[in-house]
Design a binder for this molecule. Structure first.
Ligand SMILES: Cc1cc2nc3c(=O)[nH]c(=O)nc-3n(C[C@H](O)[C@H](O)[C@H](O)COP(=O)(O)OP(=O)(O)OC[C@H]3O[C@@H](n4cnc5c(N)ncnc54)[C@H](O)[C@@H]3O)c2cc1C
Length: 283
């Protein structure tokens, strides 16, 4: 199916983009188009106008701070993250971006688009919660910072509202992170994903079990004692994730029953814990 007729503008500054977005209720930012154009073709979304962010150099690039934190422009593509020397300061970013779909999607798709789409099967929303990322949103009234935990509001709904642009994602320093998923085929869509960070307070987040990333606080509490004892063995990880499934109420669909997702959640959390534990501390 073809999308219906749509207006198109390619501003060269962020101010111009914001003006265009505010001037029409039906205008939407266009990033890599890897989700938006597909949902337009399926007529699930029919924006009146697309405001293409691709000419905004101010939304691209990766900066490494002196403390090891990273600032990623929202229009940075997955491929740019995978290939970036700076992004290696938080290795999990490149490791997970390299798992997304295929090379065509990775060359076009952006970190900001992935997060703003908040498709529960996407790889990055749960990862951003586990890494305790901060999203910078700019609108007519100025700029505000929103923690990842408060950014995701529902399927395809985030704190970046109409007339606003996500400009930057800030990731604190760290290395001891893990990500595991069970997917539909190799490199396919996630059935359940888990992201774990053992840095600065243990954080465990699951994708595909709810409309927004699910923070597994029970697992985090169990893990903290093990980590203080330096134990991230498979046995300890399995013990920490045991019983998690029963606390979840995931959807069932054509790809997996709810019961299967509950079981897989425990498996992928344990794998992500072991992966995080196998990595060294700050470089
Ligand atoms: C075949 C295929 C397989 C895929 N498999 C996976 C997968 O396994 N895992 C995965 O994570 N993803 C997958 N995707 C989705 C892909 O990662 C998309 O790139 C991503 O979901 C959206 O990023 P984008 O840059 O293409 O954004 P777009 O599609 O352009 O935009 C997505 C949404 O975000 C909004 N938006 C974009 N940027 C901003 C911004 N800066 N500020 C405010 N709003 C913004 C848009 O208005 C739109 O609503 C797949 C896509 C395809 C086509």
């Amino acid at each position: 199916m073809l999308p219906r007729e749509v207006g198109y503008a390619r501003p060269s500054t962020l101010d111009e983009a914001l003006e265009l977005l505010v001037s029409s209720d039906g205008a939407r930012p266009l990033a890599g188009g890897q989700t938006l154009v597909n949902v337009m073709k399926a007529r699930v979304a029919s924006p009146d106008a697309l405001v293409d962010l691709n000419a905004l150099e101010e939304l691209r690039g990766i900066e490494l701070g002196g403390d090891g934190s990273l600032e990623l422009g929202s229009m940075t593509t997955y491929t740019e993250i995978v290939e970036s020397a700076e992004a290696r300061a938080r290795p999990i970013l490149g490791e997970v971006c390299a798992q997304i779909a295929d090379v065509q999607v990775r060359n076009r798709g952006t970190i900001g688009g992935n997060i703003c789409a908040n498709d529960p099967t996407n790889h990055l929303p749960a990862l951003m919660v586990a890494l305790d990322a901060t999203m910078t949103i700019v609108g007519e009234d100025g700029s505000r910072d929103v923690p990842a935990e408060d950014f995701f509001l529902g399927v395809y709904m985030t704190a970046a509202g109409p007339g606003e642009v996500l400009t930057k994602i800030t990731i604190p320093p760290g290395r001891r992170d893990g990500f595991a998923s069970v997917t539909i085929g190799r490199d396919g869509t996630c059935i359940v994903s888990a992201a774990v960070s053992l840095e600065g307070g243990t954080r465990v987040a699951l994708g595909c079990v709810d409309a927004v990333p699910h923070r597994a606080s029970g697992v985090e509490a169990k893990l903290r004692g093990d980590i203080e004892n330096g134990d991230t063995s498979l046995e300890a990880a399995r013990a920490a994730s045991a019983g998690l499934g029963a606390t979840l109420d995931p959807p069932g669909d054509i790809h997996a029953t709810a019961e299967y997702r509950q079981h897989v959640a425990e498996v992928v959390v344990a794998r992500a814990i072991v992966q995080a534990g196998s990595k060294g501390g700050h470089s």
